[in-house]
Design a protein around this ligand. Structure first.
Ligand code: URA
Length: 245
């Protein structure tokens, strides 16, 4: 039995016990309206309601859980789900927007041109890609590289939340507008608000420009480097080039 099944089993037993107690005339415990509803429905577990929730013990289980996901229209055209990669206990998690064409084919995040630039940024921080976790707000490639739509983000966000609660990173770096708007707030303006610490589920979050933006506007690289230095400071990393104090 996995943890989820154990919990279901436990719930079922508690429910039986409560019904027995009621039948022999013991006072019913004080329960929330939701719990009372659940009890009144009888012993059948509500499978549909449970489908909305999921519990995974580790990233592998989570990846497996979403491997057949067809909750949104992106599932129709994707070649691969791009779950994310990196150590399960990474101190730093980069969250991009959505897989592009290259990522869709490879099943891995940030492997195209923007990905190469992200790899260089990570190296400049004195880290390697193997030391950080990289993933996206949505796990499937939006056709024609369009922005992911609100319903797609809404469906996919619980998976990212589960991913982050399993990794428990010290810092999240939101890459680009869509990522920051999804993780911070919908009115987030990347040109105005990047570089300022935010938080996601209590974890410090640094929003910065997307490397695809840097490919078009290389003059913005200086700002990204300032944002990365903020992250490095918080992680206690020294600038490998000796350019910061
Ligand atoms: N852009 C993203 O936001 N994510 C990727 O994985 C690739 C490109």
């Amino acid at each position: 039995m996995n943890t989820r099944e154990e919990l279901m089993d436990l719930l079922d037993q508690v429910k039986r016990q409560l019904i027995n107690n009621q039948e022999i005339g013991l006072d019913a415990p004080i329960l929330s309206a939701n719990s009372l509803n659940y009890l009144r429905k009888g012993l059948q577990l509500d499978k549909e309601a449970l489908k909305e929730n999921f519990y995974c013990n580790n990233l592998e289980e989570l990846e497996n859980f979403i491997s057949t996901c067809d909750q949104c229209k992106l599932s129709k055209e994707r070649k691969n789900i791009v779950f994310g990669e990196g150590p399960p206990d990474a101190r730093l998690v980069f969250v991009g927007e959505a897989p592009g064409v290259d990522e869709d084919l490879a099943g891995k995040p940030f492997v195209g041109q923007a990905g190469k630039l992200l790899t260089d940024i990570i190296k400049a921080m004195g880290l390697t890609r193997d030391e950080v976790y990289i993933c996206n707000i949505v796990k499937c490639h939006p056709p024609h590289n369009r922005d992911p739509e609100q319903d797609e983000i809404k469906m996919c966000l619980p998976f990212l939340e589960a991913q982050i609660s399993l990794i428990k990173p010290e810092i999240i770096c939101a890459i680009g507008r869509i990522s920051a708007q999804s993780l911070v707030h919908k009115d987030f303006k990347i040109t105005r608000d990047r570089g300022q610490w935010q938080s996601f589920k209590g974890i410090p979050l640094m929003p910065t420009y997307h490397p695809a933006y840097l490919l078009r506007y290389p003059q913005a690289k200086r700002s990204v480097w300032e944002d990365m230095q903020e992250i490095m400071k918080k992680l206690g990393l020294k600038d490998p080039r000796g350019l910061s104090d």
